[in-house]
Design a protein around this ligand. Structure first.
Ligand SMILES: [Zn+2]
Length: 284
């Protein structure tokens, strides 16, 4: 098993990762480092479990790395009609899964075919077919500090495409670019079986890391080296902190996050925003 893990990590390592130098948010608790030697470089097992959430992983790993509710909520511009969240960040999904689990993103329902849009300029680091994933077909973008104005690397994830996405690994995409059509791909509780009842929607998620490095684990998940979960609503604050504990501690007024949007005619409002809502909004 250990050899397999090492082989997977080595084969899929995108770029050589440096020694772990990122300083996690002060509020996070560090898990003890594994006693045995582990393949280097790459994320440690705790991070792989926290982000990958494999069947043998402890849900506490994900919670320690930020997968818990913060109370942030989006506020759309006056006069904009936007696709709103129906399943919020980090709500319990334990009843939808066969074990304790929390929603690792936000869902906005939309009609089949509605284009999912890149939230910011970035690079496509993964496109997954997702036949046996809850998220189905998905695209993961990585955004550099230059692209976001934030001092960390950000990853955004778009899932449940109805058809193969329109972008490929290695593509550079622009903010607002059409990544592909909304659908409801992804399995339900039973392996390889989609729940017939699920509405079409985007599942939109975000991660961050002080490191630019990541691995692709089991052709199913992108694990940033020293990566952290984040409430996607925090992207629209446009500043640090991004860690869930600090966001949760914000005064209530600051939890109402003004969201930048793109209108159907391509106008970004407010102009120059680094992150936009991943669906176009209509003018009322
Ligand atoms: Zn979701």
């Amino acid at each position: 098993m250990k050899t397999m893990l090492a082989a997977l990590l080595l084969c899929c390592l995108a770029t050589p990762a440096p020694a772990r130098d990122a300083t996690p948010p002060a509020t996070a608790q560090e898990a003890p480092s594994p006693a045995q030697a582990r393949p280097a470089p790459g994320p440690d097992r705790e991070t792989i479990c926290a982000i990958g959430r494999g069947p043998k992983c402890d849900v506490q790993d994900a919670i320690r790395r930020g997968l818990f509710e913060t109370g942030l909520r989006p506020v759309f511009p006056d006069g904009a009609r936007c696709r709103d969240i129906d399943e919020r960040w980090a709500i319990s999904y334990t009843n939808k899964r066969d074990r304790e689990q929390y929603h690792g993103g936000i869902d906005m329902p939309a009609p089949y075919g509605e284009p999912m849009l890149a939230a910011a300029d970035g690079e496509v680091v993964a496109v997954f077919e997702g036949a046996n994933s809850y998220r189905g077909r998905e695209v993961i973008l990585r955004h550099s500090p230059e692209q976001t104005g934030l001092p960390v690397w950000i990853y955004t994830e778009y899932a449940h495409f109805d058809a193969p996405p329109k972008v490929r690994v290695g593509d550079f995409v622009r903010q607002g670019q059409d990544l592909g059509p909304t659908g409801n791909s992804g399995r339900g509780k039973q392996a390889y079986r989609q729940s017939g009842k699920r509405r079409p929607a985007i599942h939109f998620a975000a991660f961050y890391s002080a490191s630019e490095h990541y691995v692709i684990f089991k052709d199913r998940v992108v694990v940033p080296v020293d990566g952290w979960w984040m409430d996607p609503n925090a992207l629209y604050r446009g500043r640090m902190p991004l860690d869930s504990a600090s966001l949760k501690a914000l005064p209530d007024e600051e939890k109402k996050v003004p969201v930048a949007v793109i209108y159907e005619d391509g106008e970004v409002y407010p102009a120059g925003a680094r992150f936009i809502w991943p669906y176009a909004c209509k003018r009322r």
